[in-house]
Design a protein around this ligand. Structure first.
Ligand code: KIV
Ligand code: ZN
Length: 500
C-alpha cells in the first residue's frame, strides 16, 4: 500500500475565504481537530501576512503534536524568516515557498522575466533550507504555466533542496485529463523528480477540484492539498472529505493507495469548521451535507431497508454520522446525557459538562424530543463560550403587522447591567440597534442565516451571521428555541469576537 499524504490547508487557504477568519483560539481548536482526524500536514497560516496570523501559527506549532506544521511564505527572505520563526516550535516544521511561473502572473503581477523568476525560486529554497530540511515549493498558477519553463523551475528547486513540489491549479482552470497529463509529464520530463514528492493543490472554480486531484493521484501525485468542507479562496479548494472518501470507497480503482485519516472523525471536524467559520454546509454537499445519507423517495427507502447498499455507497457511521436519532427527553438523567455525548465523541471537562447539562434541562423544558443535533449544538456552545465581554441578560420585543417593531435589550458586562430601547425594520433589527446603542458600535449586517437544527415546531433555531465593524468582518452563531433570542446571541457572539 502506498500512502497519499493529506496536507490540510483549512487554516490557510480555507481561512482566506471571505469572512471565514478565525481567531487564535479557534485556530487551535481546528488544528487539534485536524490532528485528531489524522491529517499528515497542517498548513497553519501565512505568518508574514499579519501579526495575528504569525501568533496563531506559532501557537499551533507550540501545542499541536503529530502532524507536520507548515507556514506559507513568498519567495522573499523576510517572509521565510517570519515563517520559520512561527513554525520553529514544532517538532516537524515545514516552510512552503511559492512563486508564480505562468506568463500572465510573471508579466502583470510580478513584472519579472523567466530568468529572474528561476533565480528567485532557487535562492528562496536555498535560503529556507538553512532553517529546516522540509521545504515545499509551489510554482503558483502551474496549470497555466508554459510547460518547458515549469519543468526547468521544478528541477532547479529540487536541486536547491525542495523535498515536495506542489503543482497548484491556482485559478481552478484545468480539467481532469489535462491535469493528469501534466502530472505525468512532470514525472516523465523532470530528471530529478524522484527526489521529491509531487503534491497537487486544486481550486474549485469549475467545480473540478476533487476530480482534478484524483486524476493527479492516478498519475503519480502522492500529496494532496485540501480543506475541510472545501472552503477556500473564491469557489474554494478541493474538499478533504471527498478526496479521502473517494479513495476509500473506490478501492477497486485506488486499491494500492490509502490515507491516514480517521474517517469516523470526518463529520465532527466538518461541523466544527462550519460552526467556527460561519460557512454553512449545503444540504446536498457530498459526505457531510445533511441530506448526504437521507433517502426521501419511497423506492429508495424500501431498497435501503431491504439491503443498505442498494442506495448507499458509504455507511454513514463510517464518517461519524449517526443520524438524527431521538435520544433524550425531559426525564433523561445525567448518566444518559454523559453517555450519549461520549458516543458522539465529545470529551468535556466537569465544568463544561455541568453547564451543558443545565442547558440540556432548560431545553428539555421547552422541547419534547431532543435529538443528537440539538445535543451537539448545546455542547459546541458550552465548549466554546469563555468569558464573553457582553452577555445577554434579557430582551423584549413588540412587533406586528400594524406597529413599528420596538425592542428593549438588557446586556451585562463585568457584572454591570446596561439597557437600551430602539425601533427597527423588524424585531431582530430593533434588537441589534438597541444592542449597538449599549455597546457603542456601528455595525453592518453582511450575512444572516437562520436554520432549524432539527425538525418540528419546537426545533432549536440556529442563526449564523456576519457583521462588519470598522471594515473587519466577524462571524457569530447563536441558538435558541426563540429565533429572536438566537439572533441576539449570534450578534453578541460576533461582537465579542470583534472585541476580543
Ligand atoms: O492556489 C495557490 O496557488 C496557492 C499557493 C500558495 C499554493 O494557494
Ligand atoms: Zn490556493
Amino acid at each position: 500500500m502506498e500512502k497519499i499524504i493529506i496536507f490540510d490547508t483549512t487554516l490557510r487557504d480555507g481561512e482566506q475565504a471571505p469572512g471565514a477568519s478565525l481567531n487564535q483560539k479557534e485556530k487551535l481548536e481546528v488544528a487539534q481537530a485536524l490532528a485528531d482526524l489524522g491529517v499528515n500536514i497542517i498548513e497553519a497560516g501565512f505568518p508574514i501576512s499579519s501579526k495575528g496570523d504569525f501568533e496563531a501559527v506559532k501557537a499551533v506549532a507550540k501545542s499541536i503534536k503529530g502532524p507536520v506544521i507548515c507556514g506559507l511564505s513568498r519567495a522573499i527572505n523576510k517572509d521565510i524568516d517570519a515563517a520559520y520563526q512561527a513554525i520553529k516550535y514544532s517538532k516537524r516544521p515545514r516552510i512552503h515557498v511559492f512563486l508564480a511561473t505562468s506568463k500572465i502572473h510573471m508579466k502583470y503581477k510580478l513584472k519579472k522575466a523567466e530568468d529572474e523568476i528561476l533565480r528567485l525560486a532557487v535562492n528562496s529554497v536555498k535560503y529556507a533550507k538553512k532553517y529546516c530540511p522540509d521545504i515545499e515549493f509551489s510554482p503558483e498558477d502551474a496549470s497555466r504555466s508554459e510547460r518547458g519553463f515549469l519543468f526547468k523551475v521544478i528541477a532547479a528547486v529540487i536541486d536547491a533542496g525542495a523535498t515536495t513540489v506542489n503543482i497548484p491549479d491556482t485559478v481552478g482552470f484545468t480539467e481532469p485529463e489535462e491535469f493528469g497529463n501534466l502530472i505525468a509529464a512532470i514525472k516523465g520530463n523532470v530528471s530529478n523528480i524522484d527526489k521529491a514528492i509531487i503534491s497537487v493543490h486544486c481550486h474549485n472554480d469549475l467545480g473540478l477540484g476533487v476530480a482534478n486531484s484524483l486524476q493527479a493521484i492516478k498519475n503519480g501525485a502522492r500529496q494532496v492539498e485540501c480543506t475541510i468542507n472545501g472552503i477556500g479562496e473564491r469557489a474554494g479548494n478541493a474538499s478533504l472529505e471527498e478526496i479521502v472518501m473517494a479513495i476509500d470507497t473506490r478501492q477497486d480503482i485506488f486499491g494500492n493507495l490509502k490515507t491516514d485519516i480517521n474517517k469516523n472523525k470526518i463529520y465532527k471536524t466538518s461541523r466544527l469548521v462550519s460552526k467556527l467559520t460561519g460557512f454553512l454546509i449545503a444540504p446536498n454537499k457530498a459526505i457531510v451535507g445533511a441530506n448526504a445519507f437521507r433517502h426521501e423517495s419511497g423506492i429508495h427507502q424500501d431498497g435501503v431497508l431491504k439491503e443498505r447498499t442498494t442506495y448507499e455507497i458509504i455507511k454513514p457511521q463510517d464518517v461519524g454520522f449517526y443520524g438524527v436519532g431521538l435520544v433524550l427527553g425531559k426525564h433523561s438523567g445525567r448518566h444518559a446525557f454523559d453517555e450519549r455525548l461520549k458516543q458522539l465523541g465529545f470529551k468535556l471537562n466537569q465544568i463544561q459538562l455541568e453547564a451543558a447539562f443545565v442547558r440540556f434541562k432548560q431545553l428539555a423544558d421547552k422541547k419534547k424530543n431532543i435529538f443528537d443535533d440539538d445535543l451537539i449544538t448545546i455542547v459546541e456552545d458550552e465548549i466554546r463560550v469563555i468569558k464573553p465581554v457582553w452577555q445577554l441578560k434579557s430582551f423584549r420585543v413588540d412587533s406586528g403587522t400594524d406597529i413599528l417593531p420596538q425592542a428593549d435589550v438588557e446586556l451585562k458586562k463585568k457584572g454591570k447591567l446596561f439597557s437600551q430601547s430602539s425601533s427597527g425594520d423588524g424585531p431582530v433589527d430593533a434588537c441589534y440597534k438597541a444592542a449597538d446603542k449599549i455597546i457603542g458600535i456601528k455595525s453592518e449586517l453582511v450575512d444572516y442565516r437562520l436554520e432549524a437544527v432539527t425538525q418540528g415546531k419546537d426545533a432549536i433555531g440556529e442563526v449564523n451571521l456576519k457583521i462588519k465593524i470598522k471594515n473587519k468582518v466577524v462571524s457569530g452563531r447563536g441558538s435558541s428555541t426563540d429565533i429572536v433570542e438566537a439572533s441576539l446571541l449570534a450578534y453578541l457572539a460576533a461582537v465579542n469576537k470583534y472585541v476580543a
